[in-house]
Design a binder for this molecule. Structure first.
Ligand SMILES: *[C@@H]1O[C@H](CO)[C@@H](O)[C@H](O)[C@H]1NC(C)=O
Ligand SMILES: *[C@@H]1O[C@H](CO)[C@@H](O)[C@H](O)[C@H]1NC(C)=O
Ligand SMILES: *[C@@H]1O[C@H](CO)[C@@H](O)[C@H](O)[C@H]1NC(C)=O
Ligand SMILES: *[C@@H]1O[C@H](CO)[C@@H](O)[C@H](O)[C@H]1NC(C)=O
Length: 734
């Protein structure tokens, strides 16, 4: 199901798009190169180099297709020639000062090579080395498989599958001077059909010997871990200096451990709703390089209950789990329990270093350590998110989250995390988390929802450049770029800018513009924490009101009896509440319009179904937020019956050669020109049916929404679900 047109606006101004090439697709592998001002993108049969300033301006591309022999072999093996038997670029990692390591699926025959980019932008080198290496254990064979990799110190860490059938999954370390090393083969306790999402290096102490590689993936739950088939999200760790065992686990990791990542919410029936399908991970650094904050995006596994969530994890919690009990069971028919016995020394999972224990290499580890590590790769306790709950939950929408990046933004009243979330329908959500009272009580505020691709397509790659203040997005059909701050969309008034609560923006005395933390200006107004225009703009409020009103023109809208009409009015701020008022005539009493069968209030406006002659009158649309009221729209609605319509239609046809006195009098239609245009647009509207259909959809959604809102209110009374107010419904158990 698609997003109905009109719900989102494709803000084409300041959105730059590379529309893709006819002979390529899958623009999924990104490497941001801020130093050279380039975005490298790996796609089907091509490597691209885009200008960070403008991705559609002067890009370079290197075609790297699979040879025709490889393509033929791939086809004979029963694969789809057009969708699988190409070279899909999966690895794009900086190798040294001048070269980038690049690997592709090579039509089910993985290949790697070096891409020369030069030391500086001025070198303007972009060339693929002709020498091709075997890409086994680096790139998957099958382009559909989810794999992740990272190159550190000229060694490549990759979670991938290493065979044609896609059954031999492992975490590999290849390249470099050491013997390749991997996870134990065909042992479902280690990895059980994993789908890799990300690899990161996180230091454990100030001593680089303790550096650890963390892998984020999802896999099938271990045998006996879950009733029935289930997916679990995992974090895995290994030591960068792991050289494998001496007698057993030779050329296998001896420090591999994994733990489950939980992201769940309590349902109304008391059963937790789990988000297990890990989609993406983003690490944001803190003052302490050992403790980045981990943001992760999840969706649900259920086909019936569609939902997405964002959870945050701390390294302290992750380390606590890896230092906790190992998962243990005595045999296939036993339960998993926390291991109670004696744990050998050095504790499996610890790196050989001077900091902890004084072993020089994992090859010196006692046999019992290696034996224990081999049979206990999983931790018993899962990792819970900060505050034990997601920071964002989205259910009952037609889309799911796919990607996440986070930016730390300095604002007038503190530092904020602005989260950009990509979806599977080509849209971006921009969300800011605002501490309410304490850091542990976060309020998430949706700032903007933008469509960045012309057709609904999953966003598969996302990079943020703080230097360029731009966001880059990749999908099957192309690459897009958008600025982080688009302050002009919030309007010109101080109150609008303030209500937007966008930390990138502030009111500068004349308009809403980009906020620079360094420049101190007296006129600048911003209030992210409270978004309260009364304190920030009260001296300006009168002026704002005038501003608002002067831009209001009195419109007249015409409707035909028994048809429906839609009065469009959506506030610029996503959080403003709109009120509708009705007046019979200008000096009549105003009364609030409540939603009922015929009057449907939606986020986009007011839908009036089955128009009645007595619906004629003045309609006012008001936006209220934080006690600040603003009039957005004033329209006069005139309802005709069909006889009148015929009559008017007839007159209109003749109006060009009819004397002026025979045309509708000014009383009947206050503005003839406007009337004519509106009338035509109503009668001849080519998509009148689809507009009706759209409104019908909106109407249904609103009803559902109201039901859920009511349910939620009941929940609140019970004092539950205090903050996850976006989660309206728990899945019905099936
Ligand atoms: C980007 O480059 C294209 C092609 O040269 C140009 O049409 C467009 O205006 C540029 N956009 C921006 C924001 O500079
Ligand atoms: C794809 O098309 C572009 C532009 O037409 C061309 O330069 C490139 O060589 C083609 N790539 C392949 C793999 O044939
Ligand atoms: C980087 O690696 C490439 C490929 O091994 C090599 O040819 C090149 O000389 C290296 N560059 C530097 C600066 O070390
Ligand atoms: C509108 O509907 C009512 C009730 O169904 C009917 O009596 C009336 O004739 C209709 N008017 C027009 C103009 O179709």
């Amino acid at each position: 199901s698609l997003v109905p047109a009109g719900c989102y606006m494709l803000e084409s101004n300041n959105l730059v798009t590379f529309e893709g090439m006819a002979n390529s697709s899958a623009y999924h592998t990104f490497l941001l190169d801020e130093e050279r001002g380039r975005l490298l993108v790996g796609a089907k049969d091509h490597i691209f180099s885009f200008n960070l300033l403008n991705v559609s301006k002067d890009y370079a591309q290197i075609p790297w297709p699979a040879s025709s022999t490889r393509r033929d072999e791939c086809k004979w093996a029963g694969k789809d020639l057009s969708r699988e038997c190409s070279n899909f670029i999966k690895v794009l990692q900086p190798f040294n000062q001048t070269h980038i390591y690049v690997c592709g699926t090579g039509a089910f025959h993985p290949v790697c090579s070096y891409l020369e980019v030069g030391k500086k932008l001025e070198d303007s080198v972009f060339r693929l080395e002709p020498h091709i290496e075997n890409g086994r254990g680096k790139s998957p064979y099958d382009p559909k498989l989810l794999t992740a990799s990272m190159l550190i110190d000229e060694e490549l860490y990759a979670g991938t599958s290493a065979d044609f059938m896609g059954r031999d999954f492992a975490i590999f370390r290849t390249l470099g001077k050491h013997h390749p090393i991997r996870t134990e083969q065909h042992d479902s306790r280690w990895l059980n059909d994993p789908r890799f999402v990300a690899v990161h290096l996180i230091p454990e102490s100030d001593n680089p010997e303790d550096d650890k590689i963390y892998l984020f993936f999802k896999e099938n739950a271990m045998d006996g871990e879950h009733a029935g088939k289930a997916t679990h999200a995992r974090i895995g760790q290994l030591c960068k200096n792991d050289m494998g065992g001496h007698r057993s686990l030779v050329n296998k990791w001896t420090t591999f451990l994994k733990a489950r990542l939980i992201c769940s919410v309590p349902g109304s029936n008391g059963i937790e709703t789990h988000f297990d399908e890990l989609q993406d991970v983003f690490l944001i650094s803190t003052k302490d390089p050992k403790s980045p904050i981990i943001y992760a995006v999840f969706t649900t596994s259920s086909n019936i209950f569609k939902g997405s969530a964002v959870c945050m994890y701390s390294m302290a919690d992750i380390r606590r789990v890896f230092l906790g009990p190992y998962a243990h069971r005595d045999g296939p028919n036993y339960q998993w329990v926390p291991f109670q016995g004696r744990v050998p020394y050095p504790r499996p999972g610890t790196c050989p270093s001077k900091t902890f224990g004084g072993f020089d290499t994992t090859k010196d580890f006692p046999d019992e350590v290696v034996t224990f590590a081999r049979s206990h790769p999983a931790m018993f306790n899962p990792v819970y998110p900060i505050n034990n709950r997601p920071i964002i939950v989205k259910t009952d929408v037609d889309y799911q989250f796919t990607q996440i990046v986070v930016d730390k933004v300095e604002a007038e009243d503190g530092q904020y995390d602005v989260i950009f979330i990509g979806t599977d329908v080509g849209t971006i959500l921009k969300v800011v988390t605002i501490p309410r009272g304490s850091w542990h009580d976060l309020e998430e505020v949706l700032l903007e929802e933008m469509t960045v691709f012309r057709e609904p397509t999953a966003i598969k790659a996302m990079e943020l450049s703080t230097k360029q203040q731009q966001l880059y997005l990749g999908s099957d059909i192309g690459v897009s770029q958008m600025p982080l701050h688009r302050c002009e969309v919030y309007g010109k008034a101080c109150a609008e800018c303030c209500l937007a609560r966008d930390p990138y923006c502030a009111w500068d005395g004349t308009e809403c513009s980009r906020y620079f933390p360094m420049a101190k200006r007296r006129t600048r107004r911003q209030d992210i924490r409270n978004g309260d225009p009364l304190t920030q703009c009260s001296d300006l409020q009168h002026h704002d009101e005038l501003n608002g009103l002067t831009t209001l023109s009195d419109k007249t809208v015409y409707g035909v009896e028994n048809s429906s009409t839609f009065l469009e009015c959506s506030p610029k701020s996503q959080r403003a509440v709109t009120y509708w008022q009705y007046q019979r005539s200008a000096d009549d009493r105003k009364q609030e319009i409540k939603s009922e069968e015929r009057f449907i209030r939606t986020d986009q406006g007011l839908l009036i179904r089955t128009l009645n002659k007595k619906d004629s009158g003045i309609y006012l649309c008001l936006a209220v937020e934080h006690g600040f009221m603003q009039m957005l729209l004033k329209v006069t609605l005139e309802v005709f019956d069909s006889e009148r319509l015929e009559d008017l239609l007839h007159r209109n046809e003749e109006s060009t050669n009819t004397p002026a006195q025979d045309r509708p009098s000014p009383q009947e239609s206050p503005s003839h020109k406007l009337w004519y245009r509106d009338f035509l647009s109503l009668v001849n509207h080519p998509t009148l049916n689809s507009v009706d259909e759209f409104c019908e959809q909106v109407w249904k959604r609103e009803r559902k929404h109201r039901r859920q809102k009511w349910k939620h209110l009941q929940e609140r009374q019970k004092g539950r679900n205090r903050r996850t107010h976006e989660l309206e419904r728990a899945p019905r158990s099936v």
